[in-house]
Design a protein around this ligand. Structure first.
Ligand code: X8Z
Ligand code: ZN
Length: 631
């Protein structure tokens, strides 16, 4: 996640920081080695033939090394994030080059430091030192080979892929013009015209075939980088971050997936039946997979836009938050203020002034930007920013809370040592804002005056169905993306099978299918942001589970009685205090400890999401009676 300023200043400040910190770190290391030498090999008057004793390095030498490393890392990551922010909010040839160079510098630094760390092999380290070494080894999501030209090539490819996605536009013949992702998404969300939706779906997938070759090369290079770090491939680096024995993390993910799969199956069965009624059994086979373009979302990853189509006819459906916001003439910035107010009601601080000055809240008309929402921690201190092309919709209101979750995490852990300024694991980071947004209930909307006192509240089932379309529908998608990537990184899936395997997994996990023939001339994974952007995805699956665990704990802290889905922690300082305490810990301890700090339990566990949706699941089972579920 990353950050701005005028180009001139970015470059000059960046170089100053770089040189300054390089100098300091060189001092630090020099001093560290000197210490090591003088302790392990005290001057001896006569040569001895005794076998060398294992190196003994003082804790101080390691601390000195780490302090230097963290200082330099801070400077480099700040520069990397400033150039990254620039590219993200202004995609041009030059910003791409700048971002790629800064990334390459960061990569070079990591390679160099990891080599230097070898001087401490066999040395007894403290828990904190060992933890910092481990975090640093797995720090990069994109480690590069140590040869300069390969490193630059990889950074360049990564930057190109992001830019191709960010600039993506395609021609829709029926509209006689080029459309971007936001416009195409709006068609999928609102249209009920099979062919129009199909055209929008197909159109977006024409932006990604050009990525295919670059992606295959990126996999080769990143794997080479990963192997230099002692991993079998890049997927292993990503999994190592969860601090579990090799293989155990995959088992953990599968365990969680099996816990929630029956709930997904019930939802799938119900939604398929409704779509079959809408589009006819020829187009949506009552026992088959659902065509991927009919679920209201470009990737069929969440289905909330289907709510009007699948909601029980006689139920009270409640108010659409997007309409409420529009009625009150609340603009994008106003939406951010409402979300900020929620976090403040939990006792958290106001967002810094610079956040309001430097963030991107709306899509600029005059330049290409990456519209996919992101939260940035530019200087790992108070320079936090949001980049989001906010539209006044319920979906973007939800996303805003998600992003502010990242930003409050940044603000909470900024006093930790640099290497601990991270989430307990990345699923925590993704789950905080979502956990808070679970408190955006109909009662809360009334309480803050967004909905009038006389506003209609949705029935429990309608409310839960709306939530399930967003949260439960997401689960298999969250599960399969990195299953695909891990297989690609391990070589199990070669470039010649990229698209085939992608659709096999989509079919198996989500029970959806491509509505048109696909081939290896296509590269459908590239049409999902996180693939070209190299953002690991398992984090979102974990977050989808964890957020309910967090919510359940905070509701207990607030003294909530009754069903979980009616709980809102708005204004509850005790709950906020507990949450803040967990956020402050950053990644300073193993995540099970941090999880226990909040929830009292060391395991991720799907029982909270199942409890939340239990009334809906009972209802879905009734509705599905007589239907043949599964695909
Ligand atoms: O990418 C995001 C956030 C930024 S971290 C907007 N999400 C995933 C996605 O859009 O695919 C949030 C939910 C899943
Ligand atoms: Zn996020």
């Amino acid at each position: 996640m990353q950050r701005k300023k005028s180009k001139q200043i970015v470059v000059s400040t960046g170089w100053r920081l770089l040189w300054g910190s390089l100098w300091c770190v060189v001092c630090g290391i020099g001093w560290g080695i000197w210490q090591w030498n003088s302790e392990a090999h005290p001057p001896r008057p006569f040569a001895s033939s005794r076998p060398a004793s294992p190196p003994r390095v003082s804790a101080l030498a390691v601390d000195t090394f780490l302090r230097g490393l963290e200082r330099e890392m801070l400077a480099l990551s700040t520069y990397r994030d400033r150039t990254g922010w620039l590219q993200n909010t202004f995609i041009t040839h030059d910003t791409q080059m700048l971002a790629a160079e800064a990334e390459a510098r960061m990569m070079a630094f990591v390679s160099r430091k990891i080599k230097e760390m070898k001087q401490f092999d066999g040395v007894k380290l403290s828990d904190v030192q060992r933890r910092k070494f481990r975090i640093f080894r797995n720090y990069l999501s994109l480690p590069a080979p140590s040869q300069d030209h390969l490193r630059l090539e990889l950074a360049q490819i990564a930057s190109d892929l992001t830019a191709i996605y960010g600039k993506g536009k395609c021609y829709m013949a029926t509209k006689k013009r080029h459309l971007d992702l936001q416009e195409l998404s709006a068609i999928l969300a609102k249209s009920r015209d099979y062919d129009e939706q199909l055209e929008a779906w197909r159109c977006w997938r024409t932006i990604s075939p050009v990525m295919r070759e670059k992606y295959a090369r990126y996999v080769e290079l990143a794997n080479a980088g990963a192997r230099e770090l002692g991993a079998a491939d890049l997927g292993q680096i990503w999994r190592r971050r969860y601090e579990m024995p090799t293989g155990a993390f995959e088992g953990e993910v599968e365990r969680l997936w099996q816990q929630v799969k029956p709930l997904y199956d019930d939802l799938h069965c119900y939604v398929r039946a409704k779509l079959s009624e809408q589009y006819g059994g020829q187009r949506v086979a009552p026992k088959g997979k659902i065509p991927a373009h009919l679920l209201g979302n470009m990737w069929a990853q969440s289905w909330e836009h289907l709510f009007p189509l699948v909601a029980p006819k006689s139920s009270e459906k409640g108010e659409d938050i997007g309409l409420l916001l529009k009625k009150k003439q609340i603009d994008p910035k106003g939406m951010v203020r409402i979300a900020e107010q929620f976090f403040r009601s939990l006792g958290m601080p106001a967002l810094p002034k610079s956040f309001w000055e430097r963030s991107l809240f709306a899509k600029p008309r005059d330049r290409s930007v990456v519209c996919h929402a992101s939260a940035w921690h530019i200087d790992l201190d108070q320079d936090v920013r949001l980049s989001q092309c906010i539209e006044v919709t319920a979906e973007d209101f939800q996303t805003l809370h998600h992003e502010l979750g990242h930003i409050y995490y940044y603000l909470a852990y900024h006093k930790q040592d640099v290497l601990f300024r991270e989430g307990a694991h990345d699923g925590f980071h993704e789950g905080i804002g979502d956990a808070v947004a679970l408190s955006v209930t109909p009662s809360y909307l009334q309480k803050i005056g967004l909905a009038g006192a006389d506003a209609k509240k949705p029935d429990d089932i309608a409310f839960l169905l709306q939530m399930a379309l967003e949260k439960v529908a997401f689960l298999p998608f969250g599960r399969m993306i990195d299953k695909w990537r891990w297989e690609v990184f391990s070589g199990k899936v070669p470039p010649s099978a990229y698209n085939k395997r992608w659709w096999e997994l989509r079919e198996a996990y989500q029970g959806i299918q491509a509505p048109l023939p696909r081939s290896e001339r296509d590269f459908d994974p590239g049409a999902k942001y996180h693939i070209p952007a190299n953002t690991p995805y398992m984090r979102y699956f974990l977050a989808a589970i964890l957020q309910f665990q967090f919510h359940r704990t905070l509701c207990a802290e607030s003294g909530h009685k009754g069903s979980l889905h009616t709980c809102s922690n708005y204004g509850n300082k005790a709950a906020g205090q507990k949450l803040w305490q967990m956020l402050q810990a950053g990644s300073s301890r193993p995540w099970p400890e941090t999880l226990a700090l909040l929830t009292g339990k060391r395991e991720m566990d799907a029982s909270a999401i199942l409890a939340y949706f239990a009334p809906l699941q009972r209802w879905l089972k009734q509705q599905n009676q007589g239907r043949s579920c599964g695909w």
